[in-house]
Write a protein that binds this ligand. Structure first.
Ligand SMILES: *Cc1c(COP(=O)(O)O)cnc(C)c1O
Length: 231
């Protein structure tokens, strides 16, 4: 079943790329495996997927131990400062940086292991009160502040668009995130590049690709619905 799900997602990604006149290689699929057992991740790994997304530090660490070392682990969930040290070595990309204080802690831990850690700034583009993320108007300033930290590197922006049954409703937010990244890119801040746009989930990843996403984070579309009660 997972193989078929993945195939469908892959076809959709290709269709969206074609529609937008983009190359398939411009878009990375991150398989969001939170709450799912290692056996399911293995199945997707065997189909060739190498990027997995987790939103909890402990879960990421446990799965990493059990799965092949060439997996790129994406930290996509809200990150507490006291847990940064557990993922500092193994996170290929931290998507969820939304404060200077968190960036500072990542910098401290990264320095200890002499690593330069790639991060994204999480933007609350739809101004939802329930969501983490920096406000769009404050993102440039945050990027400027964080750019002074030597052991991390801002590589782009991430957003979690509102939940909706109608992907078209989120197009405006994807456009806004893209405009924001272009604006920040134009400032030519040292240590800041805007190459990555992490946006689009199961409900709206095709729309996100049409609007310039370079990473889509797909969970349900690959692994099926999550059952939080049993996990
Ligand atoms: C859970 C999650 C996803 C995947 O959501 P689906 O709707 O299941 O595809 C993507 N991004 C983040 C940050 C998430 O927490």
């Amino acid at each position: 079943m997972l193989t078929e799900n993945l195939k469908r997602v892959e076809e959709n990604i290709q269709t969206a790329c074609q529609r937008a006149g983009r190359k398939r290689e411009e878009v990375t699929l991150v398989a969001v495996s939170k709450t799912k057992p290692v056996s399911m991740l293995s199945e997707i790994y065997d189909c060739g997927v190498r990027s997995f997304g987790e939103n909890k530090v402990q879960e990421l660490c446990e799965k990493r131990e059990l799965l092949p070392a060439d997996i790129r682990w994406h930290m996509i969930g809200h990150l507490q400062r006291n847990k940064v040290k557990y993922i500092i070595r193994d996170a290929a990309l931290i998507h969820s940086v939304d404060s200077y204080r968190l960036a500072e802690e990542i910098n401290i831990q990264a320095k200890k292991i002499k690593r330069i850690v790639p991060i994204l700034l999480e933007v609350n583009i739809a101004k939802e009160s329930s969501k983490f993320g920096v406000a769009a108007e404050e993102t440039l300033q945050l990027a400027e502040e964080i750019s002074n930290l030597d052991n991390l590197r801002i590589e782009g922006l991430m957003t979690i668009a509102p939940y909706t049954e109608y992907p078209e409703e989120n197009r405006i937010y994807f456009q806004k995130l893209r405009e924001l990244s272009v604006d920040i890119g134009r400032e030519n801040i040292d240590n800041v590049s805007m190459g990555i746009l992490s946006m689009g989930m199961t409900g709206d990843y095709m729309t996100a690709i049409e609007e310039g996403a370079t990473i889509v984070r797909v969970g349900t579309g690959i692994f099926g619905a999550r059952n939080y009660k049993n996990s």
